[in-house]
Design a protein around this ligand. Sequence first.
Ligand code: BDR
Ligand code: CA
Length: 325
Amino acid sequence: MRKLILDCDPGHDDAFGIMLAAQNLDLLGVTTVGGNGYLENVTRNALVVLEKIGRTDVPVYPGHAGPSTTELITAPNVHGKSGLDGPVVSEPKRKPEKKHAVDFIVETVMSTDHVTLAATGPLTNIAAALNREPEIAKRVDGLYIMGGGAYAGNWTAAAEFNIYVDAEAAYKVFHSGMPIYMVGVNLTRQCPVNTEFIEKVRAIGNEAGTFGAELLDFFSHGGDAHLHDPCAVAWIIDPSIITEAYLHVDIELNGTLTRGMTVTDLRFLQTSVPEKDIDLSSTKRWDDPPVGSPFRGKEPNTHVAMRLDYPKFVDLVVNTLSKYN
Ligand code: BDR
Ligand code: CA
């Protein structure tokens, strides 16, 4: 089982990320960051989720309340006021740890081999950990991000919420040399929260299934939602769920319309159209076009998730939730 630290801002879809990670990976800790809701709320929500699935042994470390250079933007329009509206839950019995998330991340990665990081909220904590100890970039097995998009955004036309909220942190992370696996909205749009999926989760019949279905009832917003965050965790658990392209990604900080965009260099794929038209099985490499060719593109730095095996993903969610008592 791969060792994981999950940095998140629960968040309905983050909650599914936690449930997948706690059952299928060696979850060393959950760290929280201001994003979907204020830090106090998302930390409470992380404790609620772990209590629901009987995993009160997994420590929760609160991190940064918001970006260091801009004001925090939250998403009550998506996740409700609490950040996890929908299911009626009691206050968690457990308190979060006293240690700061950034201390936990740095200490754990520096003292433990083969730690994988997943970040399903703004990248504020991960950037702060890199500022504190740049060596963590080389020590981790990988950083799996839900954020950005190879073609488009959701919060703005160009930018996805997690990257938009702390674009400076994202810039730091994408320039750190860490092996990055990016699950953007181009991928998660292939993961609809439809009635069939919700009813499969409800039919599990245990407490985790009922909780999951109630989360999805709220989160589906009448059928328009996509289950973003657990796609990144699923990729760690079963790499065959996602097909990737290795590409160059950079973060736009200054665009008047494009701040927070994950500018993805698709030039060597010789396309700028949706993934169904891209031949990902091609043996073409980014450096195949000759030096100086406008089609060569920039040297890849990011494993970009392009295609999701949705039936496999749904099975993973249903099987995982079934295993909780
Ligand atoms: C991302 O934003 C949040 O609302 C979700 O939890 C997810 O991490 C999707 O853009
Ligand atoms: Ca999230």
